[in-house]
Design a protein around this ligand. Sequence first.
Ligand code: ADP
Ligand code: MG
Length: 450
Amino acid sequence: MIGDRSAQEIWEAVLGDLQVQVSKQNYRTWLGKTVGLRFQGNEFVIGVPNTFVAEYLDKKQRSLIEKTLIGLTAGDIQVTFQVDACPQNSLASNSVQKETTRATPPMFNPKYTFSSFIVGNCNQLAHAAALGIAENPGHSYNPLFIYGGVGLGKTHLLHAIGHAALAKHIKVLYVSTERFTNEFIRAIAERKTEEFHNRYRSVDMLLIDDIQFICGKLQTEETFFHTFNELHIADHQLVITSDLPPKSLPLLPKRLRSRFQGGLIVTIEPPDVDTSLGILRTKAEMQGVEIPRDTLAVIAQQPVQGVRQLEGLLNRVIAYARLVRAPVTPELAAKAIEDIASKTPNSTNISPSLVIAAVAGGFGLTSADLKTRRRDKETALARQVAMYLVRQETSCSLAQIGNLLGGRDHSTVIHACDKIGREIDTSPTLRRRIADIRHAAYSKQEASNY
Ligand code: ADP
Ligand code: MG
């Protein structure tokens, strides 16, 4: 038997992997609160917070988890999910999770501060604007609207502003749009809308995350609009984040769009290699681990989506080094990363037609358009992106991809994949566009999983 401590260590390594393999939302909902309880014989017991999570993981993610575990431990393993009423208490080794009372979690993540935020060309303006607001709320730009792809630091900046506001004894409230919506719906059901309104309209600063989720929710949008106006008229600061700029949010009502455009709109781009290096160094230090620069460089150069995935890789490398009890060299990092890459090209089993549909949608076309012979610039580009993404995200062969996209031969597919692969390196706009499409495809797939 390997002791409990090892089970948790191994599980942390597995989580590091899984973080890279599944979407953020999926990770947070299903895996975020799990722990490694025991590893005996070939049974690995995972502690989960409730039966609902146990059932979901058992049905939907067992094989992915087992595959990842086997990859790490090189043995035949079966996982069992066990409801563990208070997983945090049974953690032997995880120093990160110190909170013993879960009743009132802090509103702001203690790790998301200005001092732990690395500034580079990609986020300079957003950072400067956020700092400006932290120093002089309500009087600089109102609202501040920060947009950018997944995992690029929007929430981090919101929390950093929040910490600064708290330090100044400003009455500040952070809320995700999802939560705002849920609370509003509950308030209606419980006839407590008055309380709901008062709660949000009585603050000096409102930080609202991921506003894109309000699109299409008419009642929530209406109530948010009024909240916005009341705070805005009183010069109370609003900071809003989104994955897209206001003009590109398809279902955002005009009146909200024009309100948002009345403030300052800034974007965060994916980090360049130098910024990635800086971020990795900070994150490693925060874990108390010293990693040489050349090793960090191996991680920083990986083609990932956003900083969160980069962190996932870092965690994986650290966990891997602990497991094999070896120093963190560039070779070890490359090995730890290569293992993921080779094990997981198709781990989430997204279907090629879903990917194609997402690409078509992202270009304002239909899947059928991509299968035609049309050669106008936009359709041709969309078709090539579709070939590239299907190749990346599924295990389809070149011939299959050619067939799916209107009977092209495999050399056309190779050409498209090479071309897009090169262009992604030089064009941040294309990179962003493809990242968004990929995200859309996985969100759709996830929605269909529930
Ligand atoms: P988003 O809200 O844009 O999806 P997050 O703010 O959740 O992204 O960031 C994802 C992770 O990446 C967090 O752990 C965050 O601390 C980290 N991160 C992103 N950008 C930076 C940065 N510039 N410096 C340090 N950490 C960063
Ligand atoms: Mg966020």
